[in-house]
Design a protein around this ligand. Structure first.
Ligand code: HQG
Length: 180
């Protein structure tokens, strides 16, 4: 399987399943699910190569397991990362003592004032380990890793969720829980 094609499909799926389904006039239900047949038909109509076999391959082999099928594989959705409002029915989980957030120098001044905000997404994204946070921050430049006192936040009543592909999500991280 050509890696470039696979990556292109993954990026396109992120676009239509997380941010802009209207790009191909796709309907997502309130839980973020798209009908697989409709998705394939509308992708193909818009000039993108997609069929059931390719879609299966991308879902199965995606480096971060970004997408998931429902049980009978008639529906598909992104497991996290949305900017549009969807109800993922995420499970609330108690975090370990520390979680990590990868960012870049440019954002630090603002983060020191406002804490970590969701920005354009539905949640603040946190990682279980530093290595993952380094990759996340590295998307934007030289990564800076912030350590989040997650357990303390949890004890103070903040909620944490774990997405199906193991990304930690929360609504906000106030400055006092961040070690810079
Ligand atoms: C920053 C990818 C200024 C924040 C990754 C980040 C992740 C602030 C950026 C997932 C701020 C938002 C999410 C504040 C936060 N002032 N900047 N108060 N609070 N920021 O992309 O965490 O490959 O929405 O540090 O792997 O970078 O798409 O979030 O730099 O899991 O599956 O604002 O996206 O996953 O950027 O990444 P993002 P993120 P996928």
């Amino acid at each position: 399987m050509d890696e470039k094609i696979i990556k292109g499909i993954s990026k396109f799926l992120s676009l239509v399943l997380r941010h802009s389904p209207e790009t191909i006039n796709l309907k997502l239900d309130e839980n973020g699910w798209a009908d697989v047949e409709e998705l394939i038909a509308k992708c193909t109509k818009n000039g993108n190569v997609l069929n059931a076999e390719l879609l299966d391959y991308v879902v199965e082999n995606n480096d971060k397991k970004r997408f998931a099928f429902n049980e009978d594989k008639t529906k598909i959705r992104a497991s996290q990362g949305h900017s549009i409002s969807v109800e993922l029915n995420l499970k609330e989980v108690e975090p370990s003592e520390f979680l990590y957030h990868g960012t870049v120098e440019n954002f630090l001044e603002s983060i020191k004032k406002e804490g970590l905000q969701k920005m354009s997404r539905q949640h603040v994204h946190l990682s279980q380990d530093r290595e993952t946070a380094i990759k996340v921050g590295g998307r934007r430049g030289k990564p800076i890793i912030l350590t989040i006192n997650a357990k303390k936040m949890y004890q103070d009543g903040f909620k944490f969720y774990l997405s199906e592909n193991n990304v930690w999500l929360t609504d906000v991280v106030p400055v006092k829980y961040i070690e810079f």
